[in-house]
Ligand binder design. Structure first.
Ligand SMILES: C[S@@+](CC[C@H](N)C(=O)[O-])C[C@H]1O[C@@H](n2cnc3c(N)ncnc32)[C@H](O)[C@@H]1O
Length: 225
């Protein structure tokens, strides 16, 4: 049993700091899910419902509503993947945490979603340039430093020509401190995407008021050239 403070982010922050200090910055995800799911601790990003920021974006961008093969990066407990599958997409959803994926399969036993354990930094070869839509929401913001740039590159490689990359993240100005995990992205970090051979179709820097307190977010859609 781990003592819980009032802030549901304190446990994942503690585990993230420890893993980073140990030089194994991806180790904390499984450690956290295993503990949280076993002990019933809150998982701060898992609202157990589809992300309203994603649902709104799909309303605004018709191409996101055309059923196609779609990959969800770092799918967590699966709510976005399930919603996208119900929109008609053929969804593959992966996470580095085996506990998270096992939980998705238990929660949605009859799901059409193909859930699997995989590491974004070492994805299956068959995924290269394979997906017409790739969704990344709230995963880049749990990577720091060079890992974040590498993650953007790895994601870009999974998208087929003319395919779409959808990004939803926390946002901040360069001059603001990144603070504690989750570490918001800067516009410069997002602007590497066009340099990787994408055309920006949509970019929004806005306050998400669906949370208890407003959160600054970036929401964007890019098309691979
Ligand atoms: C902040 S959570 C967001 C989860 C989900 N996208 C959501 O919006 O609820 C980040 C997720 O990325 C997963 N993740 C972290 N590193 C990963 C990696 N290298 N490959 C795949 N998934 C990863 C974590 O296990 C976690 O589920």
């Amino acid at each position: 049993m781990v003592p819980q403070s009032q802030d549901p982010r304190s446990l994942p922050r503690l585990l993230a700091e420890k893993a980073i200090a140990e030089g194994d910055p991806l180790a904390w995800f499984e450690r956290f899910y295993r503990l949280a799911l076993a002990e019933g601790y809150p998982i701060p990003w898992a609202d157990m419902k589809p992300n309203p920021n994603l649902m709104e974006l799909c309303e605004r961008i018709p191409d996101l509503r055309s059923p196609t093969n779609l990959l969800v990066v770092g799918c967590g407990l699966g709510d976005d993947a399930e919603w996208l599958a119900h929109q008609g997409h053929e969804v593959t959803a992966f996470d580095i945490s085996p506990s998270a994926i096992t939980h998705c399969c238990r929660r949605f036993p009859d799901s059409p979603v193909d859930y699997l354990v995989a590491d974004l930094f070492d994805p299956p070869e068959s995924w290269q340039k394979h997906f017409k839509i790739v969704l990344e929401s709230y995963t880049l913001q749990v990577f720091k430093g060079s890992l974040r740039n590498e993650a953007v590159l790895r994601i870009s490689e999974l998208i087929s020509p003319s395919g779409l990359l959808v990004l939803i993240s926390r946002g901040r100005n360069e001059s603001e401190s990144a603070g504690t995990m989750p570490w918001p992205l800067t516009r410069d970090e997002v602007d590497v995407i066009p340099e990787l051979g994408f055309r920006e179709l949509f970019f929004e820097d806005y306050l998400d008021r669906s949370e208890e307190r407003p959160i600054r977010r970036f929401r964007a859609c890019y098309q691979k050239l």
